[in-house]
Design a protein around this ligand. Structure first.
Ligand code: DGL
Length: 277
């Protein structure tokens, strides 16, 4: 019997796991944060693919039946290639899902004006994955994007509530809002950003609706498991969560509580050798 894997470059996916657990508490989950190599947001396509591929393979080897790539950057740059090229060689029964498609499927329903903004990492913005996916479901929706390259490093270093961070949050939100006065909804297109929702709200003002992905991903997973009993039947239901990090486990535990909302016990995994062997 298997777990549901949840992967992120670092801590951000814990905001998604928290919502998965709220909606679907019965399952066993295995979380992996690639903290040793975070952030992914400014890295090349090849590097993000290489890191994500290694991480997902390790999770499948830990008996995950289904892996959710709870990282927009990795979903944008690596998911499709892993699904199409790697997974068929690794397993015909297991599945890998991302966070961009389930978000794109519903995001248009949040906007009255038909204009939304997306805040995300440079990698996610440049991939144009959101623009392509949203067009499939809401062809008339106007979508504007803004890269926020410093937000993940600030959040991962527990510096998000400093004056310096405030400057960059306000600057990037303003750059997004300046792209269209019609914008009434902003998607947090990075799983780290829910941690600074209040600061983002202060910068947008109350007339803008802020949407984060955890709940959307949880609803999509519930629906997916209903439609795929062959996967659901293999998922173990003891309500156990295991946490792994590629960096130091006690460092992970200290910051994880901020993202997850409760203390966690973590283990270190060294499935990749940093020297590239
Ligand atoms: N949480 C990741 C995302 O959703 C952050 C990427 C990073 O490591 O920069 O994009």
């Amino acid at each position: 019997m298997a777990s549901i894997g949840v992967f992120d470059s670092g801590f951000g996916g814990l905001t998604v796991l928290r919502d998965l657990k709220n909606l679907l508490p019965q399952y066993n989950y295995l979380y992996l944060g690639d903290n040793a190599r975070t952030p992914y947001g400014n890295r090349s396509f090849e590097t993000v693919y290489h890191y994500t591929r290694q991480a997902v393979k390790w999770m499948l080897d830990q008996n995950c039946q289904l892996v959710i790539i709870a990282c927009n950057t990795a979903s944008a740059k690596a998911l499709r290639t892993i699904q199409q090229r790697d997974l068929p060689q690794w397993s015909v029964e297991k599945r890998i899902l991302g966070v961009i498609r389930p978000t794109a499927e519903v995001i248009g329903t949040y906007s009255k004006s038909g204009t939304i903004g997306i805040l995300a990492t440079t990698g996610t913005v440049n991939s144009e994955s959101y623009l392509l996916e949203i067009k499939k479901f809401f062809p008339g929706l106007k979508v504007f994007q803004q890269a926020c390259p410093l937000w993940v490093p600030l959040i991962e270093n527990n510096e998000a509530h400093t004056e310096g961070a405030q400057f960059f949050i306000e600057r990037d939100v303003k750059r997004l809002l300046n792209q269209s006065p019609e914008m009434d909804t902003i998607l947090l297109g990075c799983t780290h950003y829910p941690l600074i929702t209040n600061q983002i709200k202060e910068a947008t003002g109350s007339h803008i609706r802020i949407v984060s992905q955890g709940v959307l991903t949880a609803e999509a997973l519930k629906d997916y498991l209903n439609r795929h009993p062959e996967i659901e039947n293999k998922c173990r239901k003891d309500s156990i969560c295991r946490f792994y990090t590629t960096d130091d486990a006690s460092d992970f535990e200290k910051l994880a509580v901020v993202f997850y909302g409760e203390p966690v016990k973590a283990l270190h995994t060294d499935f990749f050798a940093p020297q590239g062997s």
